[in-house]
Design a protein around this ligand. Structure first.
Ligand code: FE2
Length: 212
């Protein structure tokens, strides 16, 4: 066999390995959660190294600092889930998603009050942030959006964090919640520094379309 033919066959074999590898990756990626406008924001500007906690820009200066924590649980086994990315964004104390003029697409729409964490073995995560307000002149309760990405899924959204003491969170609204990854309704507890603490545990796959 000539050198040229040998080299061509070797190149073809390398291309086959690359193709097979890519194909396997797509196959391993489960598509769950149904349509989601903006779930791709999880990867835009995502820091390369993620910890199990993140501090958002207004935590130190906010009139109402807020610490959100929780545990992420695997589907069925209810064991703590490792390697889950949690993307989190919300309005400021005026009910606005504040952004900078030169922000990229999703940073402009979601604002700079956004952050990322990634769970370790214990499944725990924590965000240091500020309590959001409801949209001005509207009846939407104040909320924190959350998108999660498991190692083998696409990003999917889960029920927003909503505050049990929010007068806009009516019984009717509560009855309409879909409980994606469990309930997002939280009860703030105030510590002696005036910081509010809430717990939002995340039950992966619970009420998530196409998960099972
Ligand atoms: Fe919103």
């Amino acid at each position: 066999m000539s050198y040229t033919i040998h080299k061509t066959l070797a190149n073809m074999f390398i291309l086959f390995l690359i193709f097979a590898g890519c194909h396997a990756q797509v196959e391993n990626q489960r598509i769950v959660g149904g349509p989601c406008e903006g779930c791709e924001a999880l990867v835009e500007d995502m820091p390369t190294h993620l910890n199990n906690s993140d501090t958002l820009p207004l935590f130190e200066t906010a009139a109402q600092p807020l610490i959100v924590s929780g545990v992420v649980y695997e589907h069925n086994t209810r064991k703590s889930a490792e390697g889950v990315i949690i993307y989190f964004y919300h309005t400021n104390e005026e009910g606005i998603y504040p952004s900078y003029a030169n922000d990229a697409l999703w940073a402009r729409r979601h604002g700079y009050l956004r952050g990322w964490t990634k769970t370790a073995k214990d499944g725990k995560y924590k965000f240091y942030t500020s309590r959001p307000a409801s949209y001005p002149g509207r009846q939407e309760p104040a909320h924190i959006h959350i998108t999660v990405k498991e190692p083998n899924t696409n990003p999917y959204y889960i029920d927003d964090i909503l505050f049990a003491d929010d007068p806009l969170l009516t019984l009717e609204r509560k009855s309409q919640l879909r409980q994606r990854a469990g309930s997002g309704v939280v009860n703030p507890i105030v510590d002696n520094q005036g910081v509010q603490h809430v717990q939002r545990d995340i039950y992966l796959g619970s009420n998530i379309p196409n998960y099972d």
